[in-house]
Every structure is written in C-alpha cells, then in structure tokens.
Design a protein around this ligand. Structure first.
Ligand code: HEC
Length: 153
C-alpha cells in the first residue's frame, strides 16, 4: 500500500514537472515577434494625448523613473510585466494577453505620445492587465515617461 502511494507521488511529480515545462516553453515567444507590436490600446482624449512632459530628461529624473519602474511603483512595479529591460519579457510575460508594451520597439513607440503614456499610466488600459496607478504623483508619472522613452532612444 505504502509503495504504491510512493509510486503515485513520484508519477504525479514527474507529470507535473513535465506539464509545467511544456506549458512554459511552448508559450514563450521570441522577442522579435514583439516588434512592431500589435496594439489596440484605447487613445487618450485629444487634450490628454497632447500633454507635454513637464520635466526635462535630466539624469536625476530618468534615474527616479527607473527606480519607480524597477521596484518602487505601488502596488506592482512595472518591471514585473514590462521586464527590467523594458522589452515586455517580464517574469509573468507568457501569462499576459495582450502582452505588455515593448518599450524597446521604436517602430511602435514612435506613434505613442508622452501624453498618451501619462494617461494610460494614470487610468490603466481597460480589459488588459495594465492597471491604473492612481497613487503616483504627476511628477512621478512624468519621470516614468522619461525612463520609458529612454528604452527606444
Ligand atoms: C500586471 C502587468 C503590468 C504592470 C505591473 C504594468 N503594466 Fe503597463 N502594460 C501592461 C499591458 C498588458 C499593457 C498593454 C495594454 C494594451 O495593450 O492596451 C501595458 C501597456 C502600457 C503602456 C502603453 C500605453 C499605450 O498607449 O500603448 C504604458 C505606457 C505602460 N504600460 C506603462 C506602465 C508603467 C509605467 C507601469 C508601472 C508604473 C506599468 N505599465 C505596469 C501590463 C502591465
């Protein structure tokens, strides 16, 4: 009885590991297919889309944006989904549909205004995993926008 239970546990573990590996590997796409990136994000109202960044791209502001992006933004740092390199290959990459924006892709990013980015960070992108960051100060969002731009410059 005990032996067959042990066999069951071993078989279960082997199947679970194999199943997880298959799922993980098969759903992983190459980054190249993420640029240009399919994008169906709702456009900000015109006056928001035309907003200009109030901050200059100083090293200090970019570094502040980087700290928020990597670890400080609450409740979830941007890097979890957008990846530490901004290429959208974050730790939960394969579980997100649509994929998080790939900020390293100039072809896609060149058509997204600073105001549009600000608006999506503040309000989220409804129906996707991009949530609204209501607690960030305006200045912090503009620091983030400066950092996001730096990925495709
Ligand atoms: C839980 C996952 C997740 C986190 C955390 C996250 N994002 Fe996103 N983000 C997404 C997804 C998914 C999209 C794509 C939305 C879409 O296709 O409309 C996106 C899109 C965007 C866009 C693109 C807007 C556009 O018009 O194309 C910006 C800018 C952005 N995120 C900034 C951020 C910033 C800054 C943070 C951190 C403060 C952050 N995101 C955190 C998942 C996330």
């Amino acid at each position: 009885m005990k032996a067959s239970f042990a066999k069951f546990v071993i078989l279960f573990t082997v199947l679970a590991v194999a199943g997880f590996s298959f799922y993980f590997l098969s759903s992983r796409e190459e980054p190249s297919s993420l640029c240009p990136q399919a994008r169906t994000t709702v456009s900000a109202p015109e006056k928001d889309a035309r907003m200009k960044n109030i901050l200059a791209p100083t090293e200090e502001n970019i570094q502040a944006g980087k700290a928020l992006f990597n670890s400080q933004a609450q409740p979830i740092p941007c890097s979890i989904c957008h990846g530490f390199k901004g290429d959208s290959i974050g730790v939960i990459f394969q579980w997100i549909k649509p994929y998080a924006r790939n900020f390293t892709c100039f072809q896609t990013m060149k058509d997204i205004s600073d105001g549009q980015m600000f608006w999506v960070i503040r309000n989220g992108s409804h129906g996707t995993r991009m949530q609204a960051y209501k607690k960030l100060e305006d200045e912090q969002i503009w620091q983030l926008v400066l950092y996001l731009r730096s990925f495709s410059e």
